[in-house]
Write a protein that binds this ligand. Structure first.
Ligand code: DC
Length: 226
């Protein structure tokens, strides 16, 4: 039996722009838990490979370029702030070139394996809220709570567009939507840890819901079951 106050994991999986990052941050704040943005880890790994100018399409070169990866996160006001080799990379990880490279390297089993323990080690007291693609299926299959957030690609592209503009990064909504569709396909169809809801995940379609409504829904579920 799980003790009332034993540390536990809440996972929130879903495609990019589904709102899982904002949701994860607010749930982590509400529970006073640690936060893991696993997409940021893939993005930092991609940045490292880009910095080393290796061929992104070559798995071995990418793997070798990230063997000595040093990453850490600090919780900021609205996001967790990612550091690569001690440098704040909040903006760089959201650039289109990084998004594209992250999606490519996330297909490689050796890269996923390299990044797995890093993610699992983030589970420390008092508990963890983690968002990504395979957190409920591969990284934390025994998580106490699993949510899978969906939203239509049109809505997700609009959200990401606003996010990029707010960060001062230029963006074209049509290009964004086309790229998102392509990356969704890659995430869903890769042989290693594809983007699928865990069988025991609660699927939430956030297309017609705002962030506060999704937070209320997820919080109510957690409250009911703890
Ligand atoms: O969530 P995001 O858009 O920041 O993720 C960036 C990339 O990393 C995306 O192409 C999917 C990949 N990713 C993954 O394969 N597995 C995860 N757990 C998280 C992200």
């Amino acid at each position: 039996m799980i003790e009332q106050n034993a540390p536990y994991v809440v996972v929130i999986d879903g495609p990019s722009g589904s709102g899982k990052g904002s949701l994860a941050l607010r749930i982590a704040q509400n529970l006073d838990f640690n936060l893991l943005d696993s997409g940021a880890i893939y993005r930092l790994a991609a940045l490292k490979a880009l910095q080393k100018e290796v061929d992104i399409n070559d798995e071995l070169s990418v793997f070798e370029s990230i063997v000595d990866l040093t990453i850490r996160f600090e919780i900021g006001q609205e996001l967790s702030i990612p550091f690569l080799d001690g440098i704040n990379m909040s903006n760089q990880i959201r650039q289109e070139a990084t998004s594209e490279a992250a999606s490519v390297i996330a297909q490689y089993p050796s890269v996923r394996q390299r990044l797995l323990t890093f993610q699992q080690d983030c589970f420390q007291p008092p508990g963890l809220v983690a968002d990504g693609r395979d957190l409920g299926t591969v990284v934390f299959p025994k998580a106490k709570f699993k949510f899978f957030l969906l939203a239509s690609v049109e809505i997700r592209a609009q959200r990401r567009h606003k996010q990029l503009i707010a960060m001062g990064i230029s963006s074209n909504i049509n290009t964004l939507q086309a790229e998102m569709t392509e990356r969704d396909e890659r995430d869903r169809n890769r042989s290693e840890s594809p983007l699928v809801p865990a069988p025991d995940a609660i699927v939430v379609d956030s297309s017609m819901l705002d962030l506060e409504e999704v937070i209320n829904l997820v919080s109510a579920h957690i409250k009911e079951s703890t």
